[in-house]
Design a protein around this ligand. Structure first.
Ligand code: ATP
Length: 310
């Protein structure tokens, strides 16, 4: 009897920005406690998985040359982790990543691909695993991976992997400025530790006002509260970001902040029309490589062209 080969499965997965990111002091184990408000944006990657005799991974799109295609790709680590979890030896799959999320941009693109791969393989292999079970596998792959499964807006604690959904009534409109080169997340944390050893860089306060602003749905209120403890470190490593942040506000954004560990800058705008105007002006200002508009919150990893089975 001929075995029936299941059709390929494609999953779209959002990027994230951090509306609030508070970084605790360096712990003895080398980690930092984080309190963050994640917000999933429409700027996304697509991941297709298919049964294949020749296992492997291909990458196309934004920053493709900077993405590893071997076992160290986070999407491939997700293949290995899920295969080990369900006791599958040597998974015969091909993974194709179509990247829209900037690589090493502070928008958790690799984590997004890992989350999408878990969801896609669950369907391809017809596994009976819910999102919460996938999230426990996801958390072992990286602290931003669980959020990419759920999307929306969420408060993250621990290393960012312990999530509680946050009510957000409104669609917010954003302009994203991509830099010419990425920034390494460990280097940015290291720079923050150095700045804190040598001085007292400002720290963001409590996340509570951000949560209230999200519930109110008023972008002007939220704009006053965007805050990121990693911003000073990212700007210290990439001083040109100061100019980018200023240019976005001069172009009419309500506020701007470095996204996560940077160097991508995210600008909150009054509405969709304003975002298009800010994007056009920022693109002409010559302060960044490229500009995108996006909105949020959006859902987490979702099948493309099919019903969500999880
Ligand atoms: P984070 O803020 O979560 O650390 P980031 O968005 O700044 O992440 P990523 O795009 O996730 O950065 O990539 C960080 C590094 O991980 C890249 O420099 C790249 O070498 C490696 N990497 C591994 N897998 C992937 C992937 N699927 N997509 C992008 N980069 C990947």
């Amino acid at each position: 009897m001929l075995a029936v080969v299941p059709p390929p499965v494609t999953v779209r997965v959002p990027s994230k920005i951090n509306l609030h990111l508070s970084v605790g002091d360096l712990r003895e184990d080398g980690y930092h406690d984080l309190t963050t408000v994640f917000h999933a944006l429409s700027l996304s990657d697509e991941v297709t998985v298919a049964v294949a005799e020749e296992p492997g991974l291909e990458v196309y799109g934004e920053g493709e040359d900077a993405v590893p295609t071997g076992a160290d790709n986070l999407a491939w680590r997700a293949v290995d982790a899920l295969a080990a979890y369900v006791g599958k030896a040597e998974p015969k799959v091909r993974v194709v990543l179509r990247k829209g999320i900037p690589v090493a941009g502070g928008m958790a693109g690799g984590s997004a691909d890992a989350a999408a791969t878990l969801v896609a393989l669950t369907a391809l292999w017809k596994l009976d695993l819910g999102r919460d079970e996938l999230a426990s596998i996801a958390a072992k792959l990286g602290s931003d991976v669980p959020f990419a499964l759920y999307g929306g807006t969420a408060l993250g604690t621990g290393r960012g992997e312990q999530l509680v959904p946050v009510l957000s009534r409104h669609t917010f409109h954003w302009v994203l400025a991509f830099d010419h080169r990425g920034l390494s997340t460990p280097n940015v944390f290291g720079e923050l530790d150095r700045l804190r050893e040598n001085g007292n860089p400002p720290r963001v306060g409590s996340h509570a006002p951000v949560v209230e602003a999200l519930a109110s749905g008023d972008p002007r209120q939220l704009a006053l509260l965007l805050g990121n403890d990693l911003q000073a470190a990212a700007v210290s490593l990439r001083p040109g970001l100061r100019r980018t942040l200023r240019a976005g506000v001069n172009a009419g954004a309500l506020a701007g902040a470095v996204s996560g560990s940077g160097p991508t800058c995210a600008f909150l705008c009054e509405d969709a029309e304003a975002a298009l105007e800010v994007a056009a002006e920022l693109a002409g200002a010559g302060v960044c490589r490229t500009v995108r508009v996006a909105h949020g919150p959006v859902p987490g990893a979702r099948f493309v062209g099919g019903d969500d089975v999880n």
